[in-house]
Design a protein around this ligand. Structure first.
Ligand code: R7I
Ligand code: MG
Ligand code: MG
Length: 294
């Protein structure tokens, strides 16, 4: 199994999570249909989460490492506004497309704070899987991939946390030795500086014994679309269900909130461990085909 196979499996897990999760914003659809074992019918379009993850994975295929100028350009070039991007992200990507330097544009978002949205975390699991067994490189590369759109430290740390988890998951698959939930979260905490994302992941570690509903209540379900209220619960789900792709996605859907993004992050990490074979085939075939092949 090559690094790119891990990356591609993670991208499948991410995009199926995103596309299925997004179905639960469709009026009239309830998650009880999924709980009954029947997923929503028809084709499931993916959203900005998958669009950016595809662009990032396609960028990494020839380059191997992040080239920030080219990556910013590629995000802007492949930007389809109807995919459900965050308000700040729309402005950032339009300005980059108009030729403004990404560093200035990303810094100027949200009155000069930079974005702490969950958008850098939502796209990064395949990058982490590419660096399976090398979490330090995964963390550094995640930071570089985040900076081109998210200048706020929390937005960047959300991406670092997800990438390290995916690097650990990919390694666990390779050596056939899954980490315990506590080991996975401890590995992530080793790469996070102090802040709200770190506090949330520490709390997720303390909540490993509770029900998913309680964990979502305590950690947040992404309803604010911020890294800090998305990444801690996503890591809690991935850590506790690393060998159960459909079960992990179901938990994300039941929790509500930013379902597409929660399921994209969780799906990207879990599929780095399970491989695409663990994704129900009908879910893969109902997901809109990917824009790129990795
Ligand atoms: O982070 P981003 O790409 O959003 C990703 C989310 C995912 O759920 C996608 O599925 C899509 O729905 O959007 O986009 P941003 O616009 O940078 O951040 C998302 C939101 O977080 C913003 O629209 C703001 O509401 C909020 N936000 C902030 N609010 C106050 N101060 C982000 N940063 C800040 C901030 O610094
Ligand atoms: Mg989305
Ligand atoms: Mg979302």
């Amino acid at each position: 199994m090559t690094d790119f196979e891990l990356c591609a499996d993670s991208l499948d897990g991410l995009s199926v999570g995103d596309a299925l999760g997004a179905q639960f914003f469709v009026p009239g659809t309830t998650f009880s249909t999924l709980l009954d074992g029947t997923a929503p019918p028809g084709s499931w379009p993916w959203t900005d989460d998958t669009e950016m993850a595809c662009t990032l994975a396609a960028h990494l295929r020839p380059h191997g490492v992040v080239d920030q100028d080219r990556l910013a350009q590629a995000f802007a070039e492949h930007f389809e506004p109807y995919r459900g991007y965050g308000g700040g992200a729309v402005v950032v990507l339009r300005r980059i497309r108009n030729g403004e330097p990404w560093r200035d544009v990303a810094r100027e978002a949200f009155d000069g704070q930079g974005s702490m949205g969950n958008g850098a975390a939502m796209r990064v699991a395949p990058l982490g899987a590419l660096h399976a067994g090398d979490p330090r490189t995964a963390a550094l590369e995640a930071m570089r991939s985040a900076e081109v759109t998210h200048a706020h430290a929390e937005g960047i740390l959300g991406a670092v946390a997800v990438a390290v988890a995916a690097a650990e998951a990919g390694w666990a698959r390779r050596v056939r030795n899954p980490p315990s939930p506590a080991e996975l979260l401890d590995a992530v905490l080793g790469y996070l500086i102090d802040g709200r994302v770190r506090d949330g992941v520490r709390q997720a570690r303390r909540l490993l014994g509770v029900s998913a509903a309680e964990a979502a209540y305590e950690l947040g379900n992404g309803a604010q679309v911020l890294a800090q209220d998305t990444v801690p619960f996503a890591l809690w789900v991935a850590a506790t269900r690393l060998d159960d792709y459909p079960g992990a996605i179901r938990v994300c859907i039941e929790a509500g909130g930013d379902v597409d993004t929660m399921a994209a992050i969780v799906g990207g990490i879990v599929a780095a461990y399970t491989g695409r074979a663990a994704i129900p085939p009908e879910w893969l075939s109902q997901r809109e085909p990917l824009a790129v092949m990795v």
